[in-house]
Write a protein that binds this ligand. Structure first.
Ligand code: NAD
Length: 260
């Protein structure tokens, strides 16, 4: 899509997994991308590959000032901001709440909700003013766990429902200037991290077992890779979607048609 050439995007969690695939796809369309991530190595790899087309900022999505810095640098270097993609997230490893101590669940709540929910809010808040100037748009990476049980444990599932609520209310509040939508991937083969307080309570799953489990759970029988989800981001970011706001596009192998 030639329309992304020279456009300025800001992506959180773009150094790995789904965020990295989304970053690659927009860069390949000629866009400029600013990335906030806490992975120094992941950011260094992107910088080495793309040079001046990217700004890489090592930081934490729970810190509002880190987003302000990213937006400031995007505007300084690339002349504005057209799209914000909130994507950085962490996982609870399907921890079953009855098996976890209340103390660990409380710690897990603070850590996971701060990153998955407040991190999305912080990025949207820091980006909004610049997006209003360009009549830009926001895309949240949510999850099948935002609709169905058993895509994670209680906190991950609650965080993904919360992201959808946040997306819908923001879409309502910032219309008509800015559109806000979401992409809901299904289980995907990435390095998505289990947060430290829950690690003692969950089993590490190897990639083959994960792939088999993902395949058997969706009607298309796909063990999804990060690249499988980039289409909906390109579509939602495009002016061809100018009538779409407050929507979620699922990219999950058909979880809604699993049947009884
Ligand atoms: P990933 O671990 O490969 O990528 C997440 C990125 O976010 C990493 O680069 C990590 O360093 C960064 N990050 C995490 N916490 C951060 C913080 N506090 N500050 C800055 N950066 C931080 O995992 P992924 O699977 O690509 O996850 C991306 C998004 O996709 C998440 O929102 C996740 O919930 C969602 N998702 C993943 C799956 C899946 O099965 N992998 C399915 C549905 C939705």
């Amino acid at each position: 899509m030639a329309e992304f050439s020279g456009r300025s995007l800001y992506v959180t969690g773009g150094a790995s997994g789904i965020g990295r695939a989304v970053v690659d796809s927009f860069l390949n369309e000629g866009a400029n991308v600013t990335i906030l991530d806490r992975s120094k190595d992941g950011l260094a790899a992107i910088k080495a590959q793309y040079g001046e087309q990217v700004i890489c900022i090592e930081g934490d999505v729970t810190i509002f000032e880190d987003h302000e810095k990213a937006v400031y640098q995007a505007v300084e270097k690339f002349g504005g901001l057209d799209v914000f993609i909130a994507n950085a997230g962490v996982f609870d490893g399907f921890a079953k709440f009855e098996n976890v101590t209340a103390e660990a669940m409380n710690d897990a709540y603070d850590l996971l909700m701060n990153i998955n929910v407040k991190g999305y809010f912080n990025g949207a808040k820091a980006s909004l003013h610049e997006l209003q100037k360009t009549k830009g748009n926001i895309i949240f990476t949510v999850s099948g766990a935002g609709f169905y049980p058993d895509g994670g444990g209680v906190w991950y599932t609650a965080s993904k429902h919360a992201q959808i609520g946040l997306m819908r209310q923001l879409a309502f509040e910032v219309a008509p200037d800015v559109r806000v939508n979401a992409v809901a991937p299904g289980g995907t083969l990435t390095a998505l991290n289990v947060i430290p307080p829950l690690k003692p309570f969950v089993k590490e799953i190897d990639n083959d077992t994960k792939a088999k489990s993902i395949k058997t759970r969706n009607p298309l029988r796909i063990a999804m890779n990060a690249d499988d989800h980039v289409g909906p981001y390109l579509l939602l970011a495009s002016s061809k979607s100018r009538a779409i706001t407050g929507e979620v596009i699922s990219s999950d192998g058909g979880l809604a048609i699993r049947g009884l």
